[in-house]
Write a protein that binds this ligand. Structure first.
Ligand SMILES: *Cc1c(COP(=O)(O)O)cnc(C)c1O
Ligand SMILES: [Zn+2]
Length: 410
């Protein structure tokens, strides 16, 4: 018996065989992987998972891959109790799911890419590509080197230099497009329809997106097989949030937990918040943001592909959407670093800023289990911190100078 039955249109329900395709030929709705949950229920158990490798592949029974081909150590990142930050926010059970240390490229994208490229290899592609806000490009480039695949990554030309080096080092072709991410994505959709390349977030997107579910699976396992009361996660295309929700529901469906009652909270940067704005205005459709204006470039997607499904998550399970200004994002980065010793990038700063706002609004009960998803590493967006940190103190290599410049200050 196969665990994967095919692809299914989210809108009209029409089914397709397992192929590198992502939209329904009849209604243009997005396709999603369809599983045989009865078969998975027979295969999966807590014991089997706990004995499996400490990577996201311990959840292979719920992923559309038969045999992992690449990215063998992605996932199973720390779930850190955040008592210092929790105390400040009035939360007794706050946790940080820390994908800033994901392997190999320090963002949650290593999850989706290890799944996508394992699929691409199974499909027999020799060239992989992506449209990226930075982290995806880093991860695709790294995994393509591991797998010996040709690689092209497309990014908006104005990305942080650390993110660009983080791709270039793996020697893919980096194409810097003069435009927004949405321009890049449009161009890539056109290229994908012309060439036989695996664009991880376009033509093999249904498989790519499944990797995000492991962020839900791992948190539940790490909490001792218990779903959190609330999670806070950033949204760019809205895929991550949609899949965290799907993952939680699947755990109940295959019997890993009896029930879950998790509220999902979405975080966006104020300068590019098409999903949060739709939520606040009570709309069930997205008005694209033409020109994103935020330092949180990794989540600056003006026309989010999964925006309407991300809205459905908060409508179905409860929760809310909030935004953070650039100033608040930097404060969020600093707050997490100063309280918990974790250095996150701007997307994580957005999550922490929104977590703080929500806590102040009374979104959480004091004793609830709240998990904040930190999805990327601060070493990749260091330039945003220019002029926002304490200065280094320069001294001569002498004890006298040390005394004069340092000891007189303390
Ligand atoms: C891509 C990305 C996200 C959001 O991903 P979506 O699935 O497109 O919503 C969040 N955080 C970081 C750091 C990212 O790189
Ligand atoms: Zn359809």
């Amino acid at each position: 018996m196969a665990k994967v039955l095919g692809l299914k249109c989210r809108e009209c329900g029409r089914e397709y065989p397992i192929e590198p395709m992502h939209v329904c030929e009849f209604c243009f709705g997005p396709l999603e992987v369809k599983y045989d949950y009865d078969e998975i229920k027979r295969r999966i158990s807590r014991d089997k998972i706990e004995e499996s490798p400490k990577s996201l592949w311990r959840y292979i029974d719920l992923l559309p891959v038969e045999e992992p081909k690449v990215g063998l150590s992605a996932g199973f990142t720390p779930l850190k109790r955040a008592d210092n930050l929790g105390k400040l926010l009035g939360l007794e059970n706050l946790y940080i799911k820390d994908d800033s240390v994901n392997h190999p490229t320090l963002s949650f994208k290593d999850r989706v890419v290890s799944v996508a490229l394992s699929t691409a290899v199974e499909f027999g592609f020799d060239t992989v590509a992506c449209a990226s806000t930075g982290n995806l490009a880093n991860s695709v480039a790294s995994h393509a080197s591991q797998a010996g695949l040709n690689c092209f990554v497309f990014i908006p030309a104005n990305l942080e230099s650390q993110k660009i080096y983080g791709s270039l080092v793996f020697a893919p072709t980096v194409v810097a497009v003069e435009g927004t991410y949405d321009d890049v994505n449009r161009l890539c959709s056109e290229i994908a329809s012309e060439l036989q390349w695996a664009f991880v977030n376009i033509n093999i997107r249904p498989f790519y997106a499944e990797g995000s579910k492991t962020l839900a699976f791992e948190v539940v396992e790490q909490l001792g097989w218990k779903a959190p009361d609330a999670v806070v996660a950033p949204a760019a295309s809205g895929s991550l949030i949609t899949k965290i929700w799907k993952g939680l529901k699947e755990m109940v469906k295959v019997g890993l937990i009896d029930s879950m009652n998790t509220r999902v909270y979405g975080a966006q940067a104020e300068g590019c918040s098409p999903i949060a704005t739709a939520w606040k205005e009570g709309r069930d459709f997205i008005k694209p943001v033409r020109e994103p204006k935020t330092i949180a470039k990794s989540i600056a997607i003006g026309n989010p592909a999964d925006g309407i499904y991300a809205l459905q998550v908060t409508r179905e399970g409860g929760g809310d959407w909030e935004t953070a200004t650039d100033e608040e994002i930097i404060e969020g980065i600093k707050l997490l670093a100063e309280t918990e010793g974790i250095f996150t990038e701007t997307a994580g700063g957005t999550t922490i800023a929104v977590l703080k706002k929500l806590a102040q609004k009374g979104a959480f009960r004091r004793d609830e289990i709240v998990v904040a998803y930190i999805t990327g590493n601060g070493y990749k967006t260091m330039e945003v911190l220019d002029n926002h940190l304490r200065q280094t103190v320069h001294i001569k290599p002498s004890f006298v100078d040390f005394k004069a410049k340092i000891l007189t200050r303390v």
